[in-house]
Design a protein around this ligand. Structure first.
Ligand code: CP
Length: 317
């Protein structure tokens, strides 16, 4: 693997999921693979799970880790030919090349503005780092995708499924703030690659990018969609068509134990209790959100392992 920008960078998804599950038996089985290699993590936005699980994964592989919260660095310019006499102090051209000298892999978290759709969709932060960095780049959640989360979600479903073709439903849930579509996009893309009976439920106006949801069933009736589900993945996202708008906070879309039935409850976290989902669901035996968060380590570890193996094969000619 050269970079991990989207789940399409995984050559064989079912095989990779199985390899990640195998890592859990002995997380230190490749503890010398990353010796004398450094992962640099750049955070343009907050994180709990991604930051800690990716660092843990890197350390399991014997890597060194450096973390930079970009708010503590110089503000970056991304446009070509700009006269930089306003707020930006350093161009991504220099920054990416300089960081590439200090680290062997760069991982980046950069959320969308949710104001400028075209600019967000251009993935200008991630793509410019990829363009100018001289080392591999990993997406730790960008404007439109969260592929490490989606891989962890797939590992979790594989581990906990009780049938060969489980029914998986992605349900929009209310939230007071405008949130990105990234988690939902990557989860949809991942489910399309797996042997699952997959559908999406959301209120009208919350249709995701049709390029992502092509061929996926959408049901606007949430209780009907959730009936007999094996896995219910709750997530809020802001409107894609009316870009970044909160069109509804209808609490009837909150996940309750009644609607969940016997399904396992999934969420990427952080989650707002009693807004997105009732306490008794999160505290109940069908919640697998902690398992999902645990699998973030092994999703990151299998990705780092594959990139390190590629680097080694280049070094060895
Ligand atoms: N799920 C997830 O990416 O969590 P963090 O935002 O805390 O990293």
């Amino acid at each position: 693997m050269k970079n991990y920008i989207n789940i399409s960078d995984i050559e064989n998804i079912p095989k990779t999921i199985k390899e990640a599950i195998k890592l859990k038996e002995n997380p230190f089985q490749d503890k010398t693979l990353g010796k004398h290699k450094t992962l640099i993590m750049l955070f343009f936005n907050s994180s709990l799970r991604t930051r800690l699980s990716t660092e843990k994964a890197a350390k399991n592989l014997g890597m060194d880790v450096m973390i930079l919260n970009i708010s503590n660095a110089w503000s970056l310019e991304y446009e070509d030919g700009t006269i930089m006499n306003l707020n930006t102090a350093e161009h991504v051209k220099e920054a990416a090349k300089v960081i590439s000298q200090y680290g062997d892999i760069i991982a980046i978290r950069a959320f969308p503005s949710l104001k400028e759709k075209v600019k967000d969709e251009s993935e200008y932060v991630l793509k410019n780092f990829q363009k100018y960095a001289t080392v591999p780049v990993i997406n730790m959640e960008s404007a439109t995708a969260h592929p490490l989360q989606a891989l962890a979600d797939a590992i979790t479903i594989e581990e906990l499924k009780m049938a060969d073709n489980p029914k998986v439903v992605l349900s929009w849930a209310p939230h007071p703030k405008a949130l990105p579509q990234a988690v939902a996009n990557s989860f949809v893309s991942m489910m399309k690659e797996l042997q699952v009976d997959f559908s999406i439920t959301h209120p009208k106006g919350y249709e995701l990018n049709s390029a992502v949801t092509k061929d996926v069933a959408v049901n606007y009736n949430q209780p009907e969609a959730l009936k007999d589900a094996d896995f219910v993945y709750a997530k809020n996202w802001s409107s894609y068509q009316e870009y970044g708008q909160v069109l509804s906070t209808d609490e009837n879309w909150k996940i309750t134990s009644e609607k969940l039935g016997t399904a396992k409850f999934m969420h990427c976290l952080p989650v707002r209790r009693n807004v997105v989902v009732e306490d008794n669901v999160l505290d109940g035996k069908n919640s697998i959100v902690i398992d999902q968060a645990n699998n973030r380590t092994f999703a990151a570890q299998i990705v780092l392992k594959k990139i390190l193996e590629e680097l080694k094969s280049i070094e060895n000619g």
